[in-house]
Design a protein around this ligand. Structure first.
Ligand code: PGA
Length: 245
């Protein structure tokens, strides 16, 4: 099965940075690697030659009088085929609720865009052994989703995301922690959406770098990665992908 590599550029890139990235980025060697780029809305039109264009967010509303929002149908018109939903930065800085996330997933599915649902516990929740409860709550939106089999899951423990870490010592999830969480997510998915949960794609995200990607992306339980910081550098992102066996 192919493994998916999504670059999440957040709000980090200028138009010039995107141009430079695209010039430097060469198609990866591994045949089983599928590459997707999540640019800001402003730069989606620069990704003409990119097969999988990803948006970082979508409006809960349809096309209409919603100033500042970008609707799923508009993303579809711009050639977007995947969209992140419920990223921890949206949940934290924009107080996104499970209801918002559910609405976004439904809008995307109606516009034939694959939602990438980001889930993951923060440091305090992990310390208090609440990881399973958090994942269950965040995944529960899928119970009522019309086509849950089309939703891609990204496990992104908040404590391992590079941009939330201010100290010198960076926390990264160990392979054991990743495998354990992915297996737990699979179990929860099966209990919520039945057989469809067995083949759901589960990506990992959180401080993935050229140095640690070989160990992570070749794990059987990992169907791909969502890369933030290291994906803004074309060379680093290519190295991450080329570590796929
Ligand atoms: P990071 O970000 O790779 O910089 O930790 C991942 C993400 O937030 O999607």
């Amino acid at each position: 099965m192919k493994k998916l590599f999504i670059a999440n550029w957040k709000s980090s890139m200028s138009a010039g940075d995107v141009t430079r990235f695209l010039k430097e980025f060469k198609n990866p060697k591994p045949k089983l690697a599928e590459v997707a780029l999540a640019s800001s809305f402003l730069h989606l039109s620069q990704l003409k030659k990119v097969d999988i264009k990803v948006a970082q967010d979508v409006s809960v509303h349809p096309v209409g009088a919603f100033t500042g929002d970008i609707a799923a149908d508009q993303l579809s018109e711009a050639g977007v085929s995947m969209c992140l939903v419920g990223h921890s930065e949206r949940r934290i800085y924009h107080a996104e609720t499970e209801d918002d996330i559910f609405a976004k997933i439904e809008r995307l599915l109606a516009a034939r865009i694959y939602p990438v649902l980001c889930v993951g516990e923060n440091a305090e929740e992990r310390e208090q052994n609440k990881t399973a409860a958090v994942l269950r709550r965040q995944l529960s939106v899928l119970k009522d989703v019309s086509m849950p089999e089309l939703v891609i899951i990204a496990y992104e423990p908040v404590w391992a995301i590079s941009t939330f870490q201010t100290g010198k010592k960076k926390n990264t999830a160990t392979n054991e922690q990743i495998v354990e969480a992915h297996q737990l997510i699979r179990k929860i998915l099966i209990s919520m959406i039945g057989e469809d949960g067995e083949c759901a794609e589960i990506l990992y995200g959180g401080s993935v770098t050229p140095e640690n990607s070989a160990a992570i992306i070749n794990l059987d339980d990992v169907d791909g990665v969502l890369v933030g910081g290291a994906s803004t550098d074309a060379k680093k992102f290519m190295k991450i992908i080329n570590n796929l066996k």
